[in-house]
Ligand binder design. Structure first.
Ligand code: ATP
Ligand code: MG
Length: 420
C-alpha cells in the first residue's frame, strides 16, 4: 500500500481484467472500420466554451459535472466530458467537410471525465468508444450507426442489450411542440429547479427519473404526435431500415436528448443487468450543433458507447471473451550457464511471433516451474549446462507433463510449428 490511492470515482485497470477492456474496445471499433469510419484523436481538454455551447448550458454535464481549470496563462479549459463537440471542432478546424465527400465518418476511443456521484457503473473517469457521421442528412446513415452498434454488442456475445428509439422533430415542428409541452408542465406541482428547467429545456423534464414527477407527466403532449410530415417520413424510414437489418427496437416517446440542436433520431442502448446505470450507449442526430459552435450547417449523427458499463454487462451475463494468448512458452534455465542461452532463445521466440517469457530472478527450479505453470504457457523449455553441451533443450508439455529433447537449433521452428 502506498500513501496514495486512486481518486474517488476512479479505478485502475489491471491484468487480467484489463485484457477484457482492450478486447471490448477492439470489438466496438471493428464494425466501424469495416464501414469506412476513420480514427480521430483529440486532446483530453478543450476550451470550456466548446462544451458549454456544444453540450449545452442547461445540461447536467455542463452545469454540474464538468472539471474546469484555469491555466497559468489564464485560459479556461475543461477536461472533456464527452466526445462529439471535440470531434466536430476538430473536423471543422481541419476543414474535413470541405476536403472530400460527405459524410465525414470518424470514430474515437478514449477517457472522459465527469464530476458525478460515484456508484456502480457511474465513475468520474470512464471510457467511451464513439462514432460520428458529419454533414449528411440521410435516414440510412442514422440506421447505419445504430446497426453498427447493435452488431458490436452482438459480436461481444451480449444478449441483453435493448434499443430504445425516438424522434425529437426538427426546426419545423419542435418549437410548437416545445411551447405546448411548456404550457402543460407549468400547470404541474414541481420543485424550483424543475420549474426553471421548463423554461430552458422542457424536454429534459420528460426524462426526470423521479416517481412523483413521472406520475404527473401522464397525459403530457408527446413529440411523436407533433412531428411534421418530413420528420415522420424520416423516422419511418429509419425504423424500416432497422427492421430490414434485423435490429429490434422499442419506440420510447419519453427518450429525449433535451437540447435545441438535437434533432430527429435519438436512441439509447440499455442493459437490464446493470441496475440504475442501465445505459450502455446512446446517440442521435444533431443537425444544429455545427452552427452552435460557429461552423456551417452540417447535419450529423453519432453515438457513444460506455466501455466500463459494457464490461459490467459482460460480467452480469457471465460472458467470457476469447482473449489473445498470454504466454505460450516459458523458459526455465537450470543453472547460471544456461541462463544467457535460454534468454537468447526467448528473444528468438518472440521475434518469431510467439509469446514467450523467462524465469527471471535466479530463483530455484521449483519456483521457476511454478512460474511457468502460473503464466498459462502451454510449453516450458528447460535446459541445463549438460543439455546445451549436447546441443539440445528439453521441451515440456505443461498440459500432459510429457518431456522430450529437441535440438537447440530446431526448437524455435518446432515451437512455431506447434503453436503458430
Ligand atoms: P446516464 O443517463 O447514465 O448519465 P448519459 O446520458 O450521461 O448517461 P452519454 O453522455 O449519452 O450518457 O454517454 C454515452 C454512454 O457513456 C452512456 O450510455 C454510458 O454507457 C457511458 N457513461 C456516461 N457517463 C458515465 C459515467 N459517469 N461512468 C461510466 N459510464 C458513463
Ligand atoms: Mg449522465
Amino acid at each position: 500500500m502506498s500513501t496514495f490511492s486512486a481518486p474517488k470515482g476512479t479505478y485502475d485497470l489491471l491484468p487480467p481484467d484489463s485484457a477484457t477492456v482492450l478486447a471490448v474496445r477492439e470489438a466496438l471499433a471493428a464494425p466501424l472500420r469495416r464501414a469506412g469510419y476513420g480514427y480521430v484523436e483529440t486532446p483530453g481538454f478543450e476550451h470550456v466554451e466548446l462544451f458549454s455551447r456544444g453540450v449545452g448550458e442547461s445540461t447536467d454535464i455542463v452545469t454540474k459535472e464538468m472539471y474546469t481549470l484555469t491555466t497559468k496563462g489564464g485560459s479556461q479549459l475543461a477536461l472533456r466530458p464527452e466526445g462529439t463537440a471535440s470531434v466536430l471542432r476538430a473536423a471543422l478546424q481541419a476543414n474535413l467537410h470541405r476536403a472530400g465527400g460527405l459524410p465525414v465518418k470518424l470514430w474515437y476511443s478514449g477517457s472522459y471525465y465527469r464530476y458525478e456521484r460515484p456508484q456502480a457503473g457511474r465513475y468520474r473517469h470512464f471510457s467511451q468508444v464513439g462514432a460520428e457521421a458529419l454533414g449528411t442528412e440521410d435516414p440510412a446513415l442514422d440506421a447505419e450507426l445504430i446497426i453498427l452498434a447493435a452488431d458490436a454488442y452482438r459480436s461481444l456475445g451480449l444478449g441483453g442489450v435493448r434499443l430504445l428509439l425516438n424522434s425529437l422533430g426538427d426546426r419545423e415542428c419542435r418549437p410548437a411542440y416545445r411551447a405546448s409541452l411548456q404550457e402543460f408542465l407549468r400547470g404541474l406541482d414541481l420543485d424550483e429547479e424543475t420549474r426553471a428547467r421548463i423554461e430552458i429545456n422542457p424536454l429534459r423534464v420528460l426524462d426526470d427519473k423521479r416517481q412523483d414527477v413521472q406520475r404527473q407527466l401522464v397525459g403530457a403532449p408527446m413529440m411523436r404526435d407533433h412531428l411534421c410530415e418530413a420528420c415522420k417520413e424520416y423516422h419511418e424510414r429509419v425504423r424500416e431500415l432497422l427492421t430490414a437489418a434485423g435490429v429490434a427496437f422499442t419506440d420510447d416517446e419519453r427518450l429525449v436528448r433535451g437540447l435545441d440542436y438535437y434533432t430527429r433520431t435519438t436512441f439509447e442502448f440499455v442493459h437490464d443487468g446493470l441496475g440504475a446505470q442501465s445505459a450502455v450507449g446512446g446517440g442521435g442526430r444533431y443537425d444544429g450543433l455545427s452552427e452552435m459552435i460557429g461552423g456551417p450547417p452540417l447535419p450529423s449523427v453519432g453515438w457513444a458507447l460506455g466501455v466500463d458499463r459494457i464490461v459490467l454487462a459482460l460480467r452480469a451475463e457471465g460472458v467470457e471473451l476469447p482473449l489473445p494468448a498470454n504466454t505460450q512458452v516459458f523458459a526455465v534455465p537450470l543453472g547460471e550457464e544456461a541462463r544467457s542461452e535460454l534468454f537468447a532463445l526467448v528473444t528468438e521466440l518472440r521475434r518469431s511471433g510467439l509469446a514467450a517469457d523467462f524465469a527471471y530472478g535466479g530463483r530455484g527450479v521449483k519456483a521457476a516451474m511454478k512460474a511457468a505453470n502460473r503464466s498459462g504457457a502451454r510449453f516450458a523449455v528447460v535446459a541445463g549446462e549438460r543439455d546445451l553441451a549436447e546441443g539440445v533443450v528439453q521441451l515440456k508439455d505443461l498440459e500432459s507433463g510429457d518431456q522430450e529433447p529437441v535440438t537447440r537449433d530446431g526448437i524455435a521452428a518446432e515451437l512455431v510449428r506447434r503453436l503458430g
